[in-house]
Design a protein around this ligand. Structure first.
Ligand code: BG6
Length: 495
């Protein structure tokens, strides 16, 4: 659901045109076109919204619509495909070929976009090297007016200085209030549910701090490998690709103070405070608190897969796995470790946040021989969405051989609780919020820069210490040093 406007707040205008750069690319085909289809099917796109697509390929409108149709047909399940919906969406699409590296060639694109008095939303999912020229072209052709919003897809740089260059280039034409930086994890329903769970229930907040919580684990594991993204991934690695953005965003949502309101300013103000409070992993601490790995040949779900270097075609020191022990140095999280782990070619695809509560202060059951386990809250973001609270309960019986207590789950299967609601692609939400002008689920410049600042220090420490990733067989949970990272503290990763 869209957020209703705050009482008395000015409602941003819905854009009358959506302009998509990178329109023949992978993101467009796999995510954006299927998302637009989902929104069209539910009549959520403004009735008169025009969608202008652009890329370098010399296609005409019909050629592009054919490409879009193929992409939608292969991404949307057959039972959701409706010919009228498809036709309605395709009819909105126009296409204008453009080499965006020439800012003086944007005239025809501006013509295809047409009137934008009621607002234009632009989505850039091109190579970042094109951002600067594209923004110049938009300005030169009159497409960066006062009612234009600009959404930027990652990678937004590869370190703090390069991210600043991109942000500065955007700021030349778009004030921060009209710059929408995408982190698609924020569009995921369960990620938003984290906010509902924390601040919509009286149950958790009193315990949500160092007084109630022992540690927190955040795992984002993937079974896929390089997926043909040779050029991009090898220059990035897991730290830049996953930790800098998605994992630090998850961490900031878990750790932030309650915002006064669920709105763009308040939520982002609280997130950035967490990011700034992250204790740097510097040259001295990085060796003990971080582990990097790269997958070798192995098997995932019983299927043999080649090593990273074999997929890449040459030797490489890029990490495909990272495990970190992180602290948020503030009042709430004093001495609570956050363990973060992400990697490719791991045994399962799962994104999960584990909140490990502290032991009860005193066990009254000890003399009766019953052991207690501390409560756990497991928030699973994908592949299935559920929230599970692990609690102690008495095993039924007459206790002749002593009292038995057992850990039992209290499950909230989101899919079961809301059976009538389709699970949406994260980009459906983000596209709709862009068109409607709600930046709450987009990343502000200060956040992105705080993320880079922290990540750059860690990278510097790795370079200084000559860290090379340790090999792990594909289909395992990373190098054994990642296990040692938590076991040293008496903590076991939840696999
Ligand atoms: C992207 C990364 O940002 O997120 C990819 O570049 C990664 O490497 C992907 O596979 C994971 O997203 P999701 O939504 O599948 O968890």
């Amino acid at each position: 659901m869209r957020n209703p406007p705050l009482a008395g707040a000015a409602m941003p205008e819905q854009s009358e045109c959506l302009l998509l750069f990178g329109a023949t690319g992978d993101l467009m085909r796999r995510m954006l076109l299927p998302s637009l289809y989902g929104l069209e099917a539910d009549a959520l796109l403004p009735g008169d919204l025009r969608i202008v697509c652009t890329a370098r390929s010399p296609l005409d409108v019909m050629g592009y619509r054919a490409l879009a149709e193929t992409a939608i047909r292969s991404a949307v399940e057959a039972e959701r495909l409706n010919p009228q919906t498809l036709d309605r969406l395709l009819a909105r699409l126009t296409y204008e070929p453009l080499d965006a590296s020439f800012p003086d060639r944007f005239g025809a694109l501006a013509h295809a976009v047409g009137p934008i008095e009621r607002g234009l939303s632009i989505f850039l999912s091109t190579a970042p090297s094109l951002f600067g020229q594209t923004i110049k072209g938009l300005t030169a052709s009159g497409l960066s007016g006062a009612k234009t919003r600009l959404a930027l897809e990652k990678p937004l740089g590869f370190d703090l200085p390069s991210s600043r260059l991109i942000n500065d280039a955007a700021a030349q034409a778009f004030p921060e209030s009209r710059t929408f930086r995408i982190d698609h994890y924020l569009g995921k329903e369960t990620v938003q549910n984290l906010i509902a769970l924390r601040f919509g229930n009286a149950l958790f907040e009193p315990l949500w701090s160092a007084s109630g919580i022992d540690h927190i684990q955040i795992t984002v594991s993937e079974t896929v490998g390089l997926e043909g993204r040779v050029d991009f991934y090898d220059g990035a690695g897991a730290l830049r690709d996953m930790v800098q953005n998605h994992m630090l965003q998850l961490l900031s949502l878990v750790a932030m103070e309650p915002p006064a309101q669920f709105d763009a300013k308040e939520v982002r103000d609280e997130k950035v405070k967490v990011l700034r409070a992250l204790r740097p992993l510097d040259r001295a601490s990085a060796a003990l608190h971080s582990v990097t790995g790269q997958y070798g040949a192995g098997a995932v779900a019983g299927v043999p897969v080649p090593s990273y270097e074999e997929e890449l075609g040459h030797a490489s020191a890029t990490e495909t796995f990272v495990a970190l022990k992180v602290h948020v140095d503030n009042f709430r999280w004093k001495s609570v470790p956050f363990y973060l782990r992400t990697g490719k070619r791991l045994p399962t695809r799962q994104s999960e946040i584990l909140i490990q509560f502290k032991d009860v202060r005193h066990s009254i059951f000890e003399r009766r021989g019953a052991a207690l386990k501390a409560n756990k809250l497991v928030i699973r973001l994908q592949p299935d969405e559920n929230i599970r609270l692990l609690m102690m309960a008495k095993q039924p019986g007459l206790d002749r051989e002593g009292l038995r207590l057992r850990e039992v789950p209290l499950d909230i299967g989101i899919a079961n609780a809301f059976t009538d609601v389709r699970r949406r692609i994260a980009y459906e939400r983000l596209l709709l919020d862009l068109i409607g002008g709600d930046p709450t689920l987009f990343v502000r410049r200060d956040e992105v820069e705080a993320q880079w600042d922290w990540v750059d220090r860690l990278r510097d420490a790795w370079v200084y210490n000559g860290v090379v990733p340790r090999l792990y067989p594909a289909g395992t949970w990373g190098p054994s040093a990642a296990i040692a990272l938590t076991e040293r503290d008496g903590v076991t990763w939840r696999d």
